[in-house]
Design a protein around this ligand. Structure first.
Ligand SMILES: [Zn+2]
Length: 85
């Protein structure tokens, strides 16, 4: 079956706790019928649980700061790799 593009967006909204009740209902119905979205949703939930677990282990803002600090470096490395090719 063809999955609506907004299904993944709804998953993120749901995990952010920021989904409209109507959308949540439609999301649940789709997940019941669609094994691939259901699987994707479960792995998203695991990732969120893992990140929340990690931020409990590091009870400071450093975790987020470190993640943010790493992002530009990753981008720079990708750009450099493109030049080297
Ligand atoms: Zn689907």
């Amino acid at each position: 079956m063809k999955c609506p593009d907004h299904i993944v967006q709804w998953m993120h909204d749901y995990l952010d706790g920021d989904i409209a009740p109507n959308d949540e209902q439609a999301l649940r119905e789709h997940l019941q019928q669609c094994p691939s979205c259901s699987h994707h949703f479960n792995s998203l939930k695991k990732t969120v649980a893992f990140i929340q677990h990690c931020s409990h282990l590091v009870p400071s803002a450093d975790f987020t700061a470190n993640v943010m600090a790493r992002l530009p470096k990753e981008k720079r490395r990708i750009r450099l790799g493109r030049w080297l090719k």
